[in-house]
Design a protein around this ligand. Structure first.
Ligand code: BG6
Length: 518
C-alpha cells in the first residue's frame, strides 16, 4: 500500500482500548472530614453507586475520620441517611446497602493530633486483613484546607505513605488560597508523596460533558480545522448558578467567585476547549497539553486588570415572589464584605492557534438560572449577502455561526446556522442542529465523583490536575486577586436574579461583543 492511501484511522498502538473495561484493584479509602458535607453529598453516594454497579472491587473498605466521636454503627446509620437522600438519578436499594455498609468503618480523631494516626494505622491494618484490601490505600483529604499540610505531614511521620500496596492521596479544592500558598502546599505534599501519587481533584474535569469536549474535538475530523483564530471570533464560557452561598458564607467570604470557580474549574474547562491535540490519549500527554495551554494564557499587567476583569456582588431582591437576601445579609458574612460573588474575565491565549481571540469567562451566584456552557462564536462570512429577519419582522445584520457545548443541566451540543426563512425575499433566520445527551444515549451518566474515584483507584490521573497545571492557573488569576484586594468596590452591584453587573456587559461591548443569554 502506498503511503498516500494508507488509512489514517489506524489505532495508535500506545492507546489503551481497555481503559473503560479495566479492573479496579482492592483498596481502603480513608476519608478525612467524613462528617462533612462533601462526604455526605458526593463521596459516599458515589462509592455506594460504584459498589451497586460492581464497578469497584468487592474487596474495599471505607474508613471515615473526623473529630466527632462515633461508632462504626453510628457512622453507617448516618451515611445511610445521606446516601438515600443524595443519590443522584439512581434508586436506593436496601439489600445492596446492607452489604455495602459492612465495608464502612469510622475512626474518630483530630488531624493535628499525632495520636489519631496511630489509631488510624491500627484500623487500616485490621481492614487490610478482614477485607483483603492488599495494602492499597487512597487517602481523601476533604477537611478544612488549612489542615491539608498538617495531615500530610502526620501521614508521613507515621509511615502511612508507604505500605504493602500503593498509597495515593486525593486533595480536594481549594488547592491553596493564592499562588504563594499553592506553591508551598505543593512543596509540603512532595515531602511525603511523589507527584505520581498526588491526585488534585477538580470535579469539572470528571463531568461527562467536559470529557466529551475532547471526544468532540479529537474524535471527529470536521471541527478541528475550524478551531482556531482564522474561524473563531471569540469564546464565552459561562457557569451561572441560581443559588446563593447556601450556608457556606464564612468560606465564601474568603474565597469569592474568581477563586471558587475560575481559578480551578473554568480555567480547566478553557484549557480543554483550547488545548492542542495530544499525540496519545494518556495521562501525561493530555496533562502536558492542558498545562501548555494554561502557560500560554497572558498574565495581566496590574494596569490592565480594570479593563479585563469585573467583580460583582449580589444585592437583595424579590425573585419569583420570594425575598432573597443580598450577600452581605447572608449568615456568617460581614455587612461590608468586599467578596466577589460574580467574576468575569477576558483571557488571551498567546499562541499561534488563538492569538487575538478573546476568551470571556464568567461565573456568578444568584443568576437567573443554573447553566454552564461554552459558546464558540465563529466569524461572520466575509460578505454579508443576506439580512436576518427577526420574529418581530424587522431586519438586522445576520448573526454568525455559534457552536454551544452545553455542560449542564441540559447536556448537549448545538450548532446555530442561518437558513432562508420561508416566503418571498432572501431573508435568513438562525436555526439550530441539536444533539442531546439524554435522548441520544438514554442511559444514566456517572457523576463526576464516581468517575474520578474510580480513576484514582485505577491509578489513572488523566482527569486530575498536575502541579504545573494548578500553578499555571493560579498565575493567571493572581494579578486580578492582587488588584481586587486593593480596590474598594461599590457593592452590591447586581440584583439577585439578574445576569451580573453592567460593567461586565461594558467589558464585552468595548470589543464589539455581547454576552449571550444562555
Ligand atoms: C464548587 C464550588 O467547587 O462547585 C461551589 O465551591 C459551586 O461554590 C460548585 O456551587 C458548582 O459545581 P456544580 O457541579 O454544581 O456545577
Amino acid at each position: 500500500m502506498s503511503v498516500a492511501t494508507q488509512p489514517i484511522t489506524e489505532v495508535n498502538p500506545l492507546q489503551d482500548p481497555l481503559r473503560f473495561a479495566r479492573r479496579i484493584p482492592p483498596c481502603a479509602i480513608v476519608i478525612f472530614g467524613a462528617s462533612g458535607d462533601l462526604s455526605k453529598r458526593k463521596l459516599l453516594p458515589s462509592l455506594y453507586r460504584l459498589f451497586y454497579e460492581r464497578r469497584i472491587s468487592q474487596n474495599f473498605a471505607v474508613l471515615g475520620s473526623s473529630r466527632t466521636p462515633m461508632s462504626d454503627t453510628d457512622f453507617r446509620a448516618r451515611m445511610k441517611e445521606s446516601v438515600s437522600k443524595f443519590l443522584e438519578d439512581a434508586p436506593f436499594d436496601e439489600e445492596v446497602w446492607n452489604s455495602f455498609e459492612q465495608s464502612l468503618f469510622y475512626v474518630a480523631g483530630d488531624l493535628t493530633n499525632p495520636a489519631s494516626y496511630i489509631d488510624l494505622k491500627a484500623k487500616l491494618d485490621e481492614v487490610e486483613k478482614s477485607h483483603q484490601t492488599a495494602g492499597n490505600v487512597l487517602f481523601y483529604l476533604s477537611t478544612q484546607p488549612s489542615h491539608y499540610a498538617d495531615a500530610i505531614k502526620e501521614l508521613g511521620a507515621h509511615g502511612l505513605q508507604n505500605g504493602n500496596g500503593w498509597r495515593r492521596v486525593i486533595i480536594e479544592k481549594p488547592f491553596g488560597h493564592d499562588l504563594t500558598s499553592a506553591l508551598k502546599l505543593n512543596e509540603d505534599i512532595h515531602q511525603v508523596f511523589d507527584e505520581e501519587n498526588i491526585y488534585r481533584i477538580d470535579h469539572y474535569l470528571g463531568k461527562e460533558t467536559v470529557q466529551n469536549i475532547l471526544a468532540f474535538r479529537f474524535g471527529n475530523g470536521i471541527f478541528e480545522p475550524l478551531w482556531n483564530r482564522r474561524y473563531v471570533d471569540h469564546v464565552q464560557i459561562t457557569a451561572a448558578e441560581s443559588i446563593g452561598v447556601e450556608g457556606r458564607g464564612a468560606y465564601y467570604q474568603e474565597a469569592g467567585a474568581l477563586r471558587d470557580m475560575i481559578q480551578n474549574h473554568l480555567s480547566q474547562v478553557m484549557a480543554t476547549v483550547a488545548m492542542e491535540p495530544p499525540t496519545v490519549f494518556d495521562a501525561e500527554n493530555v496533562r502536558d497539553e492542558r498545562a501548555k495551554l494554561l502557560r500560554a494564557v497572558r498574565v495581566m499587567k496590574p494596569e490592565d486588570v480594570a479593563k479585563y476583569a469585573v467583580a460583582g456582588q449580589y444585592g437583595p431582591a424579590k425573585v419569583g415572589g420570594q425575598d432573597l437576601p443580598g450577600f452581605r445579609q447572608e449568615p456568617s458574612v460581614t455587612p461590608d464584605a468586599q467578596t466577589d460573588t460574580y467574576a468575569a474575565v477576558t483571557f488571551y491565549i498567546d499562541n499561534w492557534r488563538w492569538a487575538g481571540v478573546p476568551f470571556y469567562i464568567r461565573s456568578g451566584k444568584r443568576m437567573p438560572k443554573r447553566v454552564t456552557d461554552i459558546a464558540i462564536q465563529f466569524h461572520a462570512p466575509p460578505l454579508g449577502l443576506f439580512t436576518q429577519q427577526t420574529r418581530a419582522g424587522d431586519f438586522r445584520e445576520a448573526r454568525p455561526n455559534l457552536l454551544v457545548l452545553r455542560i449542564q443541566p441540559e447536556e448537549g451540543i448545538s450548532l446555530r446556522f442561518l437558513s432562508k426563512s420561508p416566503g418571498s425575499g432572501m431573508h435568513v433566520r438562525p436555526v439550530s442542529m441539536d444533539f442531546n445527551y439524554g435522548s441520544s444515549f438514554g442511559e444514566r451518566t456517572p457523576t463526576a465523583y464516581e468517575t474520578l474515584l474510580v480513576d484514582a483507584m485505577a491509578g489513572d490521573p488523566t482527569l486530575y490536575t498536575r502541579q504545573d497545571m494548578v500553578i499555571a492557573s493560579w498565575q493567571i488569576v493572581q494579578p486580578i486577586l492582587d488588584s481586587w484586594a486593593q480596590t474598594k468596590f461599590e457593592f452590591p452591584n447586581y440584583a439577585s436574579g439578574t445576569w451580573g453587573p453592567k460593567a461586565s456587559d461594558e467589558m464585552l461591548a468595548r470589543q464589539g461583543h455581547v454576552w449571550r443569554v444562555p
